[in-house]
Design a protein around this ligand. Structure first.
Ligand code: PLP
Length: 411
């Protein structure tokens, strides 16, 4: 009508201009449309264990329910005491020194804390080194906070380890921090002590903060060992992040934490900023924080899932083998996390656009994946598969992917 004709359209803010989060982007919209039409879409796009029958440990659920009546009010802005003690002790056991309860922040998932950590740190022009491929929230959070994401190469030829020379070449006087994701999403790489020491040395030389996202630190295969970056340095300002979403299969609880360590005196002003942002959102979800102490201190049922005959390990083997054996595809065997990151021979299939490839696969086979570009990977053609479904369903999904690539041509 005439009134709405003259009204200005409502635009998103300028600060969202460069923010990109493709994991839940256009391909997902198409999946929803197909479902609305009655199709059954197998979603291998998001690392959300619960819908695939990975139930949370019973003790965790009991503890949350038990504490519900006393968890009605706001909690401490940085988190409830028992949870922060448990996080601190967990990292002390992992060899991190000189930490106390005040160094721990509990958040509504690691996601909230990533955004908070970037908002508190960055000014326009500040650069943050982020892996490529990455977990794209890191890139999005830096852009949202008016910083500049600078992507460093993780090298497929060396098991997706960060390329130290590339990192060195990209450090400038504006570089404030470097992000590590270890174990890695999407590649499944688990970093060696030698590599971590090299990165710490760069941080030392160039005064960089290290953000170490360790949310998959217990999801390890083939005897891979996880080393917390912070356990290797107490003279660098370090922020370690993790949570309950993956290791304890309660992504819906929205519980994560972040811990400051190392040269904390240097970060006093930044820490005041973090404290202020934590206070501005009053507190994280209180009932679910009660799960933290039980989770970290209790029986680690994740170990049963990742051991040689464990469910997750067997599924990793199925997905990796079937994808790697598909003509035109190759996959570095993941050592951790819950994803296979497959390289596609773009030339062989005439692929120019990896998002189109994933869209075509969705339409033809009703399997939903995420394309490599969504992880801020600018070269090559890749897709990520989540290997959470039970063996039988996973096998049938892999067969569908094989079938798709047996005849696909993008022209
Ligand atoms: N970091 C990484 C590397 C992730 O893969 C994810 C989720 O997939 C997150 C952080 C966010 O986890 P949450 O917000 O559930 O704690």
């Amino acid at each position: 009508d005439s009134a709405s004709y003259f009204m200005k359209s409502i635009k998103k803010s300028d600060k969202l201009q460069d923010v990109c989060y493709d994991i839940r982007g256009p391909v997902l919209t198409e999946a929803r449309r197909l479902e609305d039409e009655g199709a059954k879409v197998l979603k291998l796009n998001i690392g959300n264990p619960a819908p695939f029958g990975f139930d949370a440990p019973d003790d965790i659920l009991k503890d949350v329910i038990h504490n519900l009546p006393t968890a009605q009010g706001y909690g401490d802005a940085k988190g409830i005491y028992s949870a922060r003690v448990a996080v601190m002790q967990y990292y002390q056991q992992k060899g991190i020194q000189n930490i106390d309860i005040d160094d721990v922040y509990i958040g509504n998932g690691v996601s909230e804390l990533i955004v908070m950590a970037m908002q508190a740190l960055l000014n326009s022009g500040d650069e943050v080194l982020i892996p490529s491929p990455d977990y794209p929230l890191w890139t999005g959070a830096v852009s949202l906070s008016s910083g500049t994401p600078v992507h460093y190469v993780c090298d497929e030829q060396s098991g997706w380890f960060p390329d130290i020379d590339d990192i060195k070449a990209k450090i400038t006087t504006n570089t404030r921090a470097i992000v590590l994701i270890n174990p890695n999403n999407p590649t499944g790489a688990v970093y060696s002590k030698e590599l971590l020491l090299e990165i710490i040395e760069l941080a030392r030389q160039h005064d960089l903060i290290i953000f170490s996202d360790e949310i998959y630190d217990k999801i390890l295969y083939d005897e891979a060992k996880h080393i917390s970056t912070a356990s290797l340095a107490d003279d660098v300002f370090l922020v370690t992040l993790s949570g309950l979403s993956k290791n304890y299969r309660v992504a819906g609880f929205r519980v994560g934490w972040m811990m400051i360590s190392g040269d904390k005196a240097r970060g006093r002003d930044y820490i005041a900023g973090l404290d202020m942002l934590a206070s501005m959102r009053l507190s994280a979800n209180v009932p679910c924080q009660h799960a933290i102490q039980t989770a970290l201190g209790g029986y680690q049922s994740i170990d049963d899932l990742v051991k040689a005959d464990g469910r997750l390990r067997l599924q990793r083997d199925i997905a990796w083998r079937m994808l790697d054996q598909t003509p035109g595809l190759s996959v570095v065997k993941p050592k951790g996390a819950m994803y296979c990151f497959a390289k596609v021979d773009a030339k062989a299939f005439g692929i120019k656009d990896d998002e189109q490839m994933v869209l075509d696969l969705l339409r033809q086979e009703k399997v939903l994946l995420v394309h490599g570009n969504a992880f801020n990977l600018k070269q090559g053609c890749y897709f990520r598969v989540v290997f959470l479904p039970h063996a039988e369903e996973l096998q049938s999904a892999m067969k569908k992917i094989q079938h798709f690539f047996s005849h696909y041509r993008q022209s």
